[in-house]
Design a protein around this ligand. Structure first.
Ligand code: F6P
Length: 341
């Protein structure tokens, strides 16, 4: 078989580990050939390719980013997008696609599957918000990056008796904030799923100062105050209709200063959470996903996504990944509240 591989959406550590595992097992065990499609769905749309074989995938396991490049191109927003993809796959002699992506990329893969393109999906995203998999790779690395930042902020916050706010990624799901906040001993954690009260945050800030510690507040970029709206960078939308977020941390710092009289500063981690080398957990998860994806393709089990259920890698219907967003359940958030203040 000749199989195309692409990575779409926001990149994350572990993408190269999936590509390496797919190609290694695909060539050595099944004798497949591969075509790398560059920059997400732009690759099959524009016949933009690179060679993918044992040589071009050597040494990439610990490398962050993706050797294939990525983009947020949406073929359903481009005239004759689907026809162009089908034609280009036929011209390249490609029998099937392995699409590695999050909500948007796998949403496109699901629609293409229903239109007759043979696809297998692999779930990635630092946000960990894809349905029907316990974890996506990329999440563990970004949580570790955020925890390291929180550990560092604790010592400087205490030296200067300041409240320090860490704004992490997460548009609609607060998994990164929740896990990094618990692991980093935050004075409070604010997530998009639960609107927050500024007065309550100020109470927690003051109580942490009283115990002679300085408060660290972890806030997801999509967190929303009880009496306000999500803060966006500008009004521009990408091809999947997403706005750019950022600014809620700075807004909260101004509120804390005004209400408590304490100095408050914000660090926005931004793309630092997505760059660099994957954690060991993500390398193993991504590798296992890649191995299962190429086995599924070799068995012709199209329209499936590989997923982590417990400690097993299983296959689930591709459509189930994007049926709903996997947000933080209220009871999971409530568990962490005992540490607030
Ligand atoms: O979906 C992953 C993610 O990192 C989100 O957490 C974040 O809101 C978004 O991508 C940022 O995307 P971009 O890099 O395109 O601005």
């Amino acid at each position: 078989m000749r199989i195309g591989v692409l990575t779409g959406g926001g990149d994350c550590p572990g993408l190269n580990a999936v590509i390496r595992a797919v190609v290694r097992k695909g060539v050595k065990e099944y004798g497949h050939e591969f075509v790398g499609f560059r920059d997400g769905w732009k690759g099959p749309l524009e016949n933009y390719t690179m060679e993918l074989n044992l040589e071009t995938t050597r040494g990439i396991l610990p490398r962050g980013g993706t050797i294939l490049g990525s983009s947020r191109t949406n073929p359903f927003k481009i005239e004759n997008g689907v026809e162009r993809i089908k034609q280009n796959l036929a011209d390249q002699g490609v029998d099937a696609l392995i699409a590695i992506g999050g909500e948007d990329t796998l949403g496109v893969a699901t629609k293409l599957d229903s239109l007759g393109v043979k696809v297998i999906g692999v779930p990635k995203t630092i946000d960990n918000d894809l349905n029907n998999t316990d974890y996506t790779f990329g999440f563990d690395t970004s949580v570790n990056i955020a925890v390291e930042a929180i550990d560092r902020l604790h010592t400087t916050a205490e030296s200067h008796h300041r409240a320090l706010i860490v704004e992490v990624m997460g548009r609609h799901a607060g998994w990164i904030a929740l896990h990094s906040g618990i692991a980093g001993g935050a004075a409070c954690i604010l997530i998009p799923e639960v609107k927050f009260s500024v007065d309550k945050v100020c109470e927690w800030v003051e109580s942490r100062f009283k115990s002679s510690y300085a408060p660290i507040i972890v806030i997801a970029e999509g967190a929303i105050p009880q009496d306000g709206d999500m803060i966006t960078k500008d009004s521009e939308l990408d091809a999947f209709g997403h706005v750019k977020l950022s600014g809620i941390g700075e807004w909260l710092a101004r509120q804390i200063e005004a209400k408590t009289g304490k100095e408050a500063r914000t660090s926005v981690l931004g793309h630092i959470q997505r760059g660099g080398t994957p954690s060991a957990f993500d390398r193993v998860l991504a590798t296992r996903f890649g191995l299962q994806a190429i086995t599924a393709a070799s068995e012709g089990d199209w329209g499936k996504m590989v997923a982590l259920h417990g400690t097993d890698i299983v296959r689930v219907p591709l459509a189930s990944a994007t049926e709903k967003l996997k947000t933080v359940p209220l009871e999971r958030y409530k568990e962490s509240e005992i540490f607030f203040g």
